[in-house]
Design a protein around this ligand. Structure first.
Ligand code: JFT
Length: 269
């Protein structure tokens, strides 16, 4: 996979050279290049921003340096449009499903803006040369696209064949089965008066698997009940259904439904 990132803060993307993605680069699995937007300006002050039409606070990124930068990195290849990912607070949410989708692409280009954003005509113009995807990392406010790109490139990069050593560690993790992960422990078994759950020391692999699954349901119900709203209950075993019943969930029409809380009985949680 080829990845190009355009930013006025190329140093911000330096961590991509390290760790997982750095290893993938050395092994030739990913070709990653970071480009400084200012090298595509033509005035002596290397201006990338200007005041917004219609008034309002802050500055807007000028369109021409972006067109020059994107034309330069696009790579003129027949019949293929690279995907242009534009981090934006107004983009579609970046999810694990989108990471899998983007990991299939031959070339990804990321356009990191700053200030109040990039002149919208860049997005319109770019549709001729790219498949444009405005994407948001999440519902909180960042100062620009760089941090979002660090997260997205790491999430996509680790899905490329050969980047994560053990493919099982990709399957067994959060969001691949729509549940949060079970808690993990290592030695010592007793630490500062906190014990490892005894079942994990039992050597009973069936019981361990059952306990871990129950912990996944328990944590998901507690921390991310929204994930259970769309959970496909068709895949659930009898043991799963019992675990969920303990947590107050029944299966109705292939979906999970929270049981009504009793007005009289004391809830123990
Ligand atoms: C924020 C952003 C993402 C993502 C791109 C550009 C400028 C600053 C800003 C903040 C609030 C409103 C502009 C960006 C993000 C996220 C992405 C830009 N800003 N308008 N914020 N939060 N999850 N991806 Cl360009």
């Amino acid at each position: 996979m080829r990845i190009d990132v355009v930013s006025i803060f190329p140093e911000y993307l330096a961590p991509l050279e390290l760790s997982l993605i750095g290893k993938a680069r050395q092994d030739g699995l990913v070709e990653l290049n970071v480009h400084d937007l200012r090298t595509f300006t033509t005035d002596k002050h290397r201006t990338v921003d200007d005041t917004p039409y219609g008034g309002g606070a802050g500055m807007v990124m000028k369109p021409e340096p972006w067109a020059q930068a994107l034309e330069s990195v696009a790579g003129v290849r027949e019949g293929t449009k690279p995907v242009l990912i534009v981090p934006s607070p107004a983009g579609e949410r970046f999810t694990q499903a989108l990471a899998y989708e983007l990991a299939e692409e031959e070339q990804l280009v990321f356009a990191c803006g700053r200030y109040e954003g990039i002149d919208e005509r860049v997005i319109d113009w770019a549709q001729e040369h790219f498949t444009v995807r405005p994407v948001s990392l999440g519902d909180y406010v960042l100062n620009g696209g760089e941090v979002a790109v660090l997260a997205m490139v790491e999430a996509i990069g680790r899905l490329l064949p050969g980047v994560v050593g053990n493919p099982e560690s990709l399957v067994e993790e959060s969001h691949s089965d729509g549940l949060l992960e079970y808690p993990v422990y290592t030695k010592p078994s007793s630490w500062r008066d906190h014990e490892v759950p005894p079942v994990l020391l039992s050597g009973n692999h069936g019981k361990i698997a059952q306990w871990r699954r129950h912990e996944q349901f328990r944590r998901t119900a507690e921390r991310r009940p929204d994930l259970l709203d769309n959970f496909d209950a068709g895949q659930l075993s009898r043991a799963d259904r019992n675990a969920l019943a303990d947590l107050g969930y029944n299966v109705v029409d292939g979906r999970l439904r929270r049981r009504m809380e009793s007005n009289t009985a004391q809830q123990t949680r």
